[in-house]
Design a protein around this ligand. Structure first.
Ligand code: NCD
Ligand code: ZN
Length: 352
């Protein structure tokens, strides 16, 4: 049976939430990933050093615990102190002064910018992209080598939001050439084309955007568990993403954007945006890369590229996957994953 081993898998865009949700789902990422870039869109968002350090500690506490309910997590082993999992922390972007950034730089890996109101818990984000107002913050970030992660959507027509945001990426990348800018969860060929336009632009890609298009979300019966921001686009867009992911383009890395919401918030007439993929992400990536004969490139996409882009050195973890069917649980503690109840062709065999 075909096997594939991944070293130090990294998820460079992850929503771990807080409180009971964090306690319930944190272990799922800590089981199979060496680390993850933790999104700051809590309520209220993470905006101070104290909040960041306290949140990091809550994450470590949550993933250091053994899974409380063995039956629900029956393929999850035991954990050491931090579960062998490093939460790479982020702050929520607002204009910060240099003194503050200098003081907090050691504790964080990036700062995440959300346009105001564009997605879950982003109300306090950036209202208008006045680069002169943002200049002191962005220049200080460049100097301190703090990357800027961006949720790149305008408030235009939903299918055009990401493509319309390319002007802002252009302006940011050319005005701040020493700032590393990561286009988060890209979904369009326009974003793929941007990568080669500016040396300081990088991107994350989710696993669901490699698999689905808008047709899967809304072409038949509406699928709330596939609804997310940015919405999945056209098949040509998905193909453009697939190409750079399968080639492990050196400026691209895996970021699941796994965004759990309670079942009743998804199966609701005001469905919350977010696809929950953390526990099945590596299995699905193996399915995709294997199908295209590119398994050898998965290591770079899921770890090596992120290590070079962010200059991080993750905890050792070796994850062995096997081409054996795995039925995705209907729910993980009240959170419905992508492909719930369906069978996928690869499973996790062992984690060391
Ligand atoms: C994310 C969430 O729920 O926090 N939702 C989503 O659809 N991706 C926020 C985000 O990354 O946009
Ligand atoms: Zn996200």
């Amino acid at each position: 049976m075909k096997q594939h081993t991944l070293l130090m898998p990294l998820d460079m865009h992850l929503h771990l939430r807080d409180g009971l949700m964090l306690e319930n789902i944190g272990v799922l990422s800590a089981y199979s990933f060496s680390g993850a870039l933790i999104m700051p869109n809590l309520v209220p968002p993470v905006r101070s050093k104290e909040e960041l350090l306290a949140y990091k500690q809550r994450i470590l506490n949550a993933v250091g615990m053994e899974a409380a309910d063995e039956e629900e997590f029956d393929d999850i082993g035991e954990f050491s102190d931090n579960g062998g999992f490093e939460p790479y922390m982020t702050l929520f972007y607002q204009n910060y002064d240099k003194e503050f950034l200098t003081d907090v730089a050691e504790e964080l890996t990036a700062i995440k910018l959300y346009p105001a109101g564009i997605t879950t818990n982003s109300e306090g984000g950036v209202k208008n992209f006045d680069l002169e107002e943002m200049r002191p913050t962005l220049e200080a970030m460049a100097e301190l080598e703090i990357p800027l992660c961006v949720h790149g959507e305008t408030d235009g027509f939903v299918m055009d939001r990401e493509a319309e945001f390319m002007n802002i990426y252009d302006a940011l990348a050319s005005n701040f050439p020493n700032l590393k800018i990561i286009m988060e969860h890209i979904t369009t060929k326009e974003a793929v084309d941007m990568l080669d336009k500016h040396p300081n632009l990088y991107a994350t890609i989710t696993v669901h955007h490699l698999l689905i298009s808008l047709d899967d979300v809304a072409g038949g019966m509406l699928k709330p568990h596939l609804f997310c921001k940015p919405i999945a686009k056209r098949p040509e867009d998905r193909d453009a993403l697939l190409k750079i992911a399968l080639d492990a383009h050196p400026k691209v890395m895996f970021g699941s954007d796994s965004a759990p919401h309670p079942k009743d918030k998804k199966e609701s007439c005001g469905c919350a945006a977010g696809v929950f993929t953390a526990p099945i992400a590596l299995q699905l990536l193996c399915v995709i890369f294997d199908k295209h004969g590119k398994l050898d490139n998965l290591q770079a996409f899921v770890s090596d590229n992120a290590q070079s882009i962010y200059g991080i050195c993750p905890e050792f973890k070796e994850v062995t996957l096997i081409q054996e069917e795995f039925t995705v649980p209907e729910s993980y503690k009240g959170v419905v994953p992508m492909y719930a109840g369906e069978t996928i062709g690869w499973s996790i065999e062992d984690v060391d």
